[in-house]
Ligand binder design. Structure first.
Ligand code: R5P
Length: 304
């Protein structure tokens, strides 16, 4: 078994390699003078089960091309099976044409990955149920519920206890929040949220259930601009929530997302390392837990 890493999240790839007890595969990833990507796999992988870890994080276009070039090289080198490990599936937010004339990006990304020669995909907490059917190769979607639950319990002992409620930030996150709430044995309260398709402005328009006098755990797939986290938190705070723990798998933290969260009243923001978070995007209430163990287990299971 071999594990190669793209450049988007080498730290996570290294942690996965440590968990698996193997070194990372030897590959050189450089750019030509015109900025086109060049990959050079320096190992003999013929007949091997090979995994390539790459999150499609900023700059997603570049990281996608890098991933596809890696898949193509490994295929040409006659690897037995090549699996793309994509902890954060960038472009998955555009899982439908929100306006006539928009591309369904998530569908096209699936086609790129397949065309590059990958045999399978391992990913985590996809944005929606629409994304999976775009693939025609096997996709394993891993859940981060357990790792986030344990990390929150360690970070704030007593946060997950009787009296706490899980709040679903929007309709799209309903089943995700319900699964998390079931796993931790807590009730769910639902928020109604709308987003302007042109400006991206987020508005919370209602609540189904009560958060008054209770600590709240919000569970979302992505923090992108931070608008959802901040607007929904402000809303539940006005409704009387006593503490707000905002949990999300993918800390995309686009633009001023980190600053927006840093200035919010959220008690703790807990995310995973599916996306590399640079030092300048870290803030006092942010905590990061690793998904390396879950990914290593999935890789291990697929090679048994
Ligand atoms: C919405 O459908 C998603 O589950 C997230 O709530 C959303 O993508 C977060 O984006 P932002 O941080 O920009 O509000």
């Amino acid at each position: 078994m071999r594990l190669f890493s793209g450049t988007s999240n080498k730290g996570l790839a290294e942690r996965v390699a440590v968990s698996l007890g193997i070194p990372l595969g030897d590959v050189e990833i450089t750019r030509f003078i015109d900025n086109e990507c060049r990959v050079f796999v320096k190992e003999d992988v013929a007949g091997e089960d090979v995994f390539v870890l790459q999150s499609l994080s900023e700059v997603a276009d570049q990281h996608l091309v890098e991933l596809c070039l890696l898949g193509s090289s490994l295929r040409d080198l006659h690897a037995k099976k090549v699996t793309a490990v994509i902890p954060w599936m960038g472009y998955s937010k555009q899982d439908k044409a929100f306006r006539k004339g928009e591309a369904v990006s998530a569908q096209l990304i699936a086609k790129f990955i397949e065309a590059a020669g990958f045999d399978a995909v391992i990913t985590m907490e996809l944005h929606s149920e629409n994304v999976l059917p775009f693939f025609h190769i096997p996709v394993t979607e891993l859940s981060t519920h357990t790792v986030l639950h344990h990390a929150l319990s360690e970070l704030v002992p007593g946060a997950v206890s009787e009296g706490t409620v899980v709040v679903s930030p929007d309709r799209g996150g309903k089943s995700r929040s319900e699964r998390f709430a079931r796993a931790v044995g807590l009730p769910v309260v639902y928020l109604e949220k709308s987003r302007d398709t042109v400006t991206g402005e987020v508005r919370v328009t209602g609540i189904d259930g009560s958060v008054s006098g209770k600590p709240v755990i919000m569970f979302d797939d992505i923090i992108n601009t931070g608008s959802t986290a901040v607007k929904t938190s402000e809303y539940v705070q006005k409704e009387g929530a006593t503490a707000i723990y905002f949990l999300a798998t993918h800390a995309v933290l686009a633009g001023s997302g980190a600053a927006v969260l840093a200035g919010s009243t959220i008690s703790r923001v807990l995310v995973t390392d599916t996306v590399f978070i640079p030092e300048n995007k870290k803030f006092a209430t942010l905590a990061i837990t690793s998904v390396s163990g879950i990914i290593a287990d999935a890789i291990h299971n697929q090679t048994k």
